[in-house]
Design a protein. Structure first.
Lengths: 119, 212
């Protein structure tokens, strides 16, 4: 996987007495190719989204559209935003954020189904 | 490893630079999470009202121009690519090519806004705006849909404007050599912001334009 590493962090260990220094990002093997491939993938998925919308899938249509959108955003986050190559802590942060979102979404629907379906 | 890496190490050792790229990136990511939750709240609101008014939402969505939405999706995806290519170019110490890619990003961002202007303009023309004649004739569900449509695309458009300003400032710093091939975190941060704006559109497009 070494070839896929975009940036690496090097400790700036403060040779002149600064102990509180952070990490300096250093680029390794930056490449155009992978990103262009991801872009082609994203455009294809967009075309599929539009094509699928023309077919009457009934209740499945929303699920299909959302799954494709999710796949697209995974591509953007992992490759364009380099999360795949990033420090684990950022992945954990994003994971917690998504869990919060999903929990609030589910709780909202508990409220909507129980309150409005009683009528 | 290479001469390139050696020169970086020399720079670190010879000139003391007080900076923390990882801290900078983490700070921007934490901010991006608040952006996700900001738009997440609106997406939950959308989900709730779509659940309550499925017919109204489907009827209102037919007013939207699918082609325009798809074109804007392609524009944003491409502008995201050019930001990444700009970062790669700078990391390869090709400042000129980096600025070229960032210029394309800015032009595409502006094109997106021009399309949005025509889209909103067409709706205003049809009387679909707060207290507009056409909107007052519509059902509750359709009114909710257009309320969410304007708020979500409007807030997203505002983020495009902020993202363009961010990229503009970064481009100026690249020109002045304040951002370089060995000190590129600010450019990467501008890119991260631009990508999150792109991701939000990836979800807005099917949810607003493709309801049947």
């Amino acid at each position: 996987m070494e070839n896929n590493k975009h940036t690496e962090l090097e400790q700036n260990d403060g040779h002149d007495g600064h102990e509180d220094d952070g990490f300096i990002a250093v680029a390794h093997h930056p490449s155009y190719g992978v990103n262009i491939l991801v872009w082609i993938g994203l455009l294809s998925l967009t075309a599929i989204t539009v094509a699928v919308a023309g077919i009457n899938l009934g209740s499945l249509a929303l699920t299909v559209a959302l799954v494709i959108a999710l796949v697209k955003s995974m591509f953007v986050v992992n490759f364009f935003m380099h999360l795949k190559f990033d420090n684990k802590i950022i992945k954990i942060f994003l994971g917690i954020c998504m869990v919060i979102f999903v929990v609030v979404l589910i709780l909202t629907f508990f409220y909507l189904t129980f309150r409005f379906d009683e009528k | 490893m290479s001469q390139h890496t050696d020169s970086i190490e020399e720079e670190i050792h010879e000139v003391h630079v007080h900076r923390d790229d990882f801290g900078s990136k983490m700070g921007l990511w934490l901010f991006l999470l608040t952006e996700i939750l900001l738009f997440g709240g609106l997406f939950i609101l959308y989900a709730g009202y779509r659940y309550l008014y499925p017919e109204g939402f489907a009827a209102a969505a037919t007013e939207l121009d699918l082609v325009m939405g798809a074109v804007n999706t392609v524009i944003l995806l491409t502008s995201s690519l050019t930001v990444v290519l700009g970062i790669v170019a700078l990391q390869k110490n090709d400042k000129k090519r980096c600025l070229f890619f960032l210029w394309i990003t800015v032009i595409f961002g502006l094109l997106f806004l021009v399309n949005k202007y025509f889209e909103w303009g067409a709706k205003f023309h049809h009387g679909i705006y707060p207290k507009g004649p056409a909107l007052q004739e519509m059902s509750e569900g359709e009114v909710m849909y257009f309320g969410l449509y304007y708020v979500m695309t409007g807030l997203h458009g505002l983020h495009i404007v902020i993202g363009l300003a961010f990229i503009g400032i970064v481009m100026h710093m690249i020109k002045k050599d304040k951002i370089t091939g060995t000190n590129f975190q600010k450019l990467e941060n501008a890119g991260l912001y631009w990508h999150i704006v792109d991701i939000i559109w990836i979800f807005l497009f099917p949810l607003l334009y493709l309801i049947h």
